[in-house]
Design a protein around this ligand. Structure first.
Ligand code: M6R
Length: 615
């Protein structure tokens, strides 16, 4: 978490850093800060709150001058969000400046050591310890800043993406990464540093992504030199051409990124299967699967590891893989899996699902599975992310940048990729007939149009949102493929509206949650036409007898549920295996409108961050 931005070059650093921080606010937004050096004075401004609050402070406090600067938007780990704990942090001498994303785990021991040698600390952060450690090394060893950073980082345990500069040498920024992303935009005699490329895409399309355990010395007007932190060996600089554009990271007329991303789903799903689903030839082409077909076909089982919404996509995949390809699947919370001493063998395949590709727990699960010899396949959205690089093979979701903290298009595109994989494997194993396979391809190709249709229910969903916006609890029920959709609907509501919500398999209701039902409890029931339809209708009857308020997600033209429910939201008909792709849409809109009506910050809900790079 935390977003970091730096600039060195011929332009004023201030506007570049402030605009860049705004684009990275999805990574953390409890406090923000900036340090600018104009050749004479170092101007630092920090505040609790958002980047907009920082802008106000800067205008009152410091001149916006300087061609070198570092900025930070924070998701607090060590120390409460306030101006003292926010970054940048300055070393005791007042010479060195740092911004940091990550956690220095052995900071307490390092701090004690530094205190014993006379260092003092203003903040509660691990970052202030790191910058003083660098200063200490620089003085003791009498080395340049780059060398001091390298020596200091070799004493550190934890995760970091850092940028550091020295007032005495303002033509140079040192950066390093281990476990947190870091990109460098290469312009004409200028460099941009950021947690992802979004802060600099209007300035340059050329970027270098630092790998774990690498650091770089960036010299204004000169070059970037990348070295290994461990042994100082030089690494080749690989400049990539960026594929994203400004339009993709702007709201494009929508009030919030979340709404924009909900409405982008028809295109996103299409982009996910484009070039992979060849309906006329009746084939699915996925290089990562094709090249490793034997691994999949010989696998004892597939383990899926993920967190949050990606974990829900994994649960949907469990149904698809078992149902279509007849491969046993276990779905694991990456955070539990990594510490459970799980039984993993060389004949297991682990699929890691992650929108950001940076989630620390998912990365750790991957490393664990690799260490036991399992084959690891990644399903990521962010191209070049840590998980994409750490896995043996993978498939991108191609959803485009997802900026709203609540995941929407990432979920449906993950399901699309996993469906394609399941279908491909089913065909290879012969567990699906040719006609069934063709039918799936045809239906999958029709999903974007059907999502468009499902989105048309927006106005009636708004009315439902208005009716229930003031309740304190919600229940979400679904069966089979749609049980994970119920979980996802509840998570969406919780995270952006702060209303308590729980998802359950519909039939589990009678084993406990039914006690919660009274005339004040809204219950969203996914009751589309699937083989469990009649059973779900019985569950609806049970709710009705207890006076619960029923919001039914139904297939177009449904009459039975309409008669029983207080509200219905129609979605087009599709195959059961594809129904999560449609049934999710009204749940996303419902949570969005409830949160908007409650005046919540939809894109940046409290306490959350888009990519969770700490444990
Ligand atoms: O980037 P990832 O998919 O690995 O992120 C996993 C979760 O942190 C994420 O899905 C989170 O639950 C979202 N806020 C859900 O909307």
């Amino acid at each position: 978490m935390c977003g970091i931005v730096g600039y060195i070059g011929h332009r004023e650093a201030y506007p570049i850093i402030i605009e860049g921080l705004k684009r990275l606010e999805y990574r953390g937004y409890d406090s923000a800060g900036i340090a600018l050096f104009d050749g004479t004075s170092l101007n630092v401004s920090k505040t609790k709150g958002k980047v907009a609050d920082l802008e106000n402070c800067v205008q009152q406090e410091i001149p916006n001058l300087g061609h070198i600067g570092l900025g930070h938007t924070r998701w607090a780990t060590h120390g409460v969000p306030n101006s003292v704990n926010s970054h940048p942090h300055i070393s005791n001498s007042g010479e060195l400046v740092i911004i940091h994303n990550g956690i220095i785990e052995n900071y307490a021991a390092l701090k004690q050591e530094l205190i014993s040698r006379g260092y003092t600390f203003k903040s509660d952060t691990d970052t202030e310890v790191l910058i003083n450690l660098i200063e200490d090394v620089k003085k003791k060893e009498n080395v340049k800043l780059g060398k001091a950073v390298q020596i200091a980082l070799n004493q550190v345990i934890g995760a970091y993406a850092i940028a550091v500069f020295d007032k005495a040498k303002p033509d140079e920024i040192i950066i390093a990464r281990l476990g947190s992303p870091l990109a460098v935009g290469i312009g004409e005699n200028e460099f941009f540093i950021a947690s992802d490329a979004s802060p600099f895409i209007e300035f340059t399309k050329n970027a270098v992504y630092l790998e774990d355990e690498e650091m770089a010395i960036i010299r204004e007007g000169k070059d970037i030199k990348i070295r290994k932190i461990k042994d100082d060996s030089l690494v080749d600089t690989y400049v990539q051409e960026l594929q994203i554009n400004l339009e993709q990271i702007e709201k494009g007329g929508f009030d919030h990124f979340m709404l924009k991303e909900i409405f982008e789903q028809p295109k996103a799903i299409n982009d996910t299967y484009r070039g992979r689903l060849l309906r006329e030839e009746a084939i699915i082409k996925m290089a990562g699967v094709e090249d490793n077909m034997k691994k999949f076909l010989n696998a004892n089982r597939i383990i899926i590891a993920a967190c949050g919404t990606s974990w829900h996509a994994g649960l949907v995949a469990e149904y698809i893989f078992e149902d279509l390809a007849r491969i046993p699947v276990e779905v694991e919370y990456a955070s539990e899996f990594r510490y459970r001493n799980p039984v993993i063998t060389e004949n297991d395949v682990l699929i890691a699902i992650s929108q950001s590709g940076e989630t620390a727990d998912t990365l750790a699960a991957i490393k664990l599975a690799k260490s036991k010899g399992a084959f690891v396949f990644g399903v990521c959205n962010v191209v070049g992310s840590s998980i994409a690089r750490e896995t043996h093979a993978g498939a991108y979701t191609h959803a485009g940048p997802e900026i709203g903290v609540a995941s929407t298009k990432a979920f449906t595109t993950q399901i699309t990729v996993l469906t394609l994989m399941a279908l491909r494997l089913a065909r290879a194993k012969g567990t699906i007939s040719s006609s069934d396979f063709r039918h799936h391809l045809l239906e999958l190709e029709m999903i974007p149009k059907k999502v468009e249709k499902a989105l048309k229910a927006e106005a009636s969903i708004k009315e439902i949102a208005y009716t229930y916006k003031d309740v304190s609890n919600f229940l979400y029920l679904g069966r089979g493929y749609n049980f994970p959709v119920a979980l996802e609907g509840a998570l969406k509501l919780k995270e952006i509206s702060y209303i308590h919500a729980e998802g359950y398999p519909a039939a589990e209701m009678k084993h406990g949650p039914i006690a919660l039902i009274d005339e004040n409890m809204p219950i969203v029931v996914i009751a589309t036409k699937t083989p469990h339809y009649e059973k779900v209708v019985s569950n609806i009857q049970e709710i009705k007898s207890r006076k619960g308020k029923i919001i039914g997600i139904v297939t177009e033209g449904d009459k039975t549920v309409r008669e029983l429910a207080d509200h219905v939201i129609e979605v087009p008909e599709t195959l059961e295996s594809l129904s999560p792709l449609l049934n999710t849409i009204p749940l996303q809109l419902l949570s969005y409108y409830i949160a908007v009506m409650l005046g919540k910050n939809v894109d940046q809900p409290r306490n959350l961050a888009k990519s969770v790079t700490v444990e």
